[in-house]
Design a protein around this ligand. Sequence first.
Ligand code: SF4
Length: 254
Amino acid sequence: MNVNLELTDHCNIRCKMCSQSMRDDAHGGPKRFMSFDTWRRSLQGLRGMGDVALCPHWLGEPTLHPRFDAFVEYAFAANAGNALFRTFKVHTNAVILSPERAARLVRLARTPGLAPDTFTAIHFSIDAFSPEAYAEVKGSDKHALVYRNIERFLAIRSALGAERPVAHLAIVVQDENRHEVSDFVRHWGAVLDAVAPKGGRRWNLTADWPPFDADAIYLRRLNSGDQARSDALHASACHEVGILSPSIRPPGSF
Ligand code: SF4
């Protein structure tokens, strides 16, 4: 069971493909931050619900919550024996990712008393290779900061001798970044090669939601009003880097 507990629907950037950016009331009301009491009671309410995959995100940027670290610390401390959730995944744009937070997330992935694959992944929404495309797609000048933060997270995880949480490095393929998809794959492939565990599993290159067994570069399809065109654009980018888009993949061939 996938459970999304949205810490906030605020975001610090404005991606052109995101409903959060398009409206100030994407949920039909003002944007807010979750209270700690709601977080605590929601988590406790998961007890006995079975195989829960928890993600503290829906719209918005979860790390923007002023108490993000305390919320996540609490979730792992309260989950002894995986009584509340079986897996945990963070989605972030990586604008706010200090070295301390990076180390904390790696430490939480090794919380004693939990299944070792509890903290499965951090999904990094990057969406561009160049600062110019980043500005167009993300409505932000944070390209250099984001690249530095993610590369530093990977270096910290490697220095701590850890493989989890795995990193999913995503680019939503669209007109503004289609021309630099190969550069994106080349760049992040080199970064992931440099931190790949010796004798461990190599990273994946995927056209659909990546598995949690290793880091991944994820070419993601854009949801749009002209889905056939977006699918064709995605398929052409996938073809260029040597993978098959789900939109043209025969059923059952995954
Ligand atoms: S970073 Fe995520 S939540 Fe923020 S605008 Fe982009 S897609 Fe939406």
